[in-house]
Design a protein around this ligand. Structure first.
Ligand SMILES: Cc1ncc(COP(=O)(O)O)c(C=O)c1O
Length: 342
């Protein structure tokens, strides 16, 4: 287990003592039967927070995303999303295997696209041999493309185009609360216009695992059946839901600290020879940078790890640093100093 300053991802956070206490005191029941009271409380709270009438707790955001694709599409339909989107690049081909859909990626380096980008890929022809464009997936914040928060106007453009073209919309809001913190938009202002939205609890919110999918309550039986089919029905999941409720009470306000720390890290990294920081518009808790020094990026990162600091690779010579609740302002200063010495 890595025990240093861990920029690998915001998934590495450990439950705080307060969260562990909430977990230990959770009231529990059988979630598969809808009888876990803590899970139900979490679902109701997230539904309200995101402006939807239905919500269900999932073991992971991956499962919630894939279920949404399956729910909203028919076999052979096409899904439009950014090429670097998690649903396309990090769910093991789930769109093909679970939802039986075709992927139509939008290639850009921000993950934020426009209504015109959708129009460019939308199949206007109605001949019998064309697949049907069915769904647009927005990832907010966009993870591998830079941790970028979509602005209101950008969301409006995509949502109004989707509506005009009769397309369904899914929000992969794994880091939705970061997007809200960065833009000042309320979570429901971001999520409510989508047909479905995933909120992940195990990223910046600091829970051990879990995600909530929101949708129109008319879908509740379909969602429950698909979740059971995918092996996602749980039993005493209240111990995990309690962590989620705790996180919503205690870990949301602090997300802007991570954004500030990311800004400071970007500034510090930019002063180090061999490093080029990607400049992003509306960044949140992530910093992407390129290593172009004399030694290889692998060798450089091995040296970094020897100093108990870890990043993750996001491409050849491209690295990602993710800020989260287990990394303090002091850790960031220490990191900059150590990297300068290396
Ligand atoms: C944008 C995005 N969506 C979905 C997921 C999947 O989350 P989980 O690990 O809960 O399956 C991740 C995980 O990193 C992510 O970054």
């Amino acid at each position: 287990m890595f025990k240093g300053i861990d920029f690998y991802s915001d998934t590495v956070t450990k439950p705080t003592p307060g969260m562990r206490k909430a977990i230990s005191e959770a009231e529990v029941g059988d979630e598969q039967k809808g009888e876990d009271p803590t899970t139900r409380r979490l679902e109701e709270r997230v539904a309200e927070m995101l402006g939807h009438t239905g919500a269900m707790f999932f073991p992971s955001a991956t499962m919630a995303n894939e279920l949404a694709l399956r729910l909203l599409c028919e076999r052979g339909d096409e899904v439009i999303a950014a090429e670097m989107a998690h649903v396309f690049g990090a769910e093991v081909g789930g769109p093909a295997v679970i939802a039986n859909v075709m992927c139509r990626p939008i290639y850009n380096d921000t993950g934020v696209f426009s209504g015109q980008d959708i129009r460019n890929l939308y199949r206007f022809s109605t001949g019998p041999h064309y697949p049907r464009t069915r769904l647009v997936v927005v990832e907010n914040t966009s993870n591998m493309a830079g941790g970028i928060a979509w602005q209101r106007a950008e969301l409006n453009d995509v949502l109004s185009t989707a509506k005009e073209l009769g397309l369904k919309t899914h929000l992969d809001g794994a880091r939705l609360m970061n997007a809200a913190a960065a833009t000042g938009l309320k979570p429901n202002e971001i999520a409510a216009p989508f047909d479905t939205a995933t909120l992940c609890l195990s990223k910046g919110l600091g829970c051990p695992t879990g995600a909530v999918l929101v949708f129109d309550k008319a879908h509740v039986e379909s969602v429950r059946r698909l979740k059971q089919m995918m092996g996602g029905a749980m039993r005493q999941s209240g111990i995990l839901a309690a962590a989620g409720l705790y996180a919503l009470d205690h870990h949301v306000e602090r997300l802007s600290e991570d954004h500030k720390n990311a800004g400071r890290l970007a500034e510090g990294l930019a002063t180090i020879p061999g490093i080029t920081v990607e400049k992003k518009f509306n960044p949140t808790n992530m910093v992407f940078f390129h290593w172009n020094g004399k030694i290889s990026s692998d060798e450089w990162h091995t040296r970094v790890q020897k100093q108990n600091i870890r990043f993750s690779f996001a491409g050849k010579d491209r690295l990602r640093a993710v800020l989260h609740l287990d990394i303090s302002k002091e850790d960031v200063e220490k990191t900059i100093k150590i990297l300068k010495d290396i």
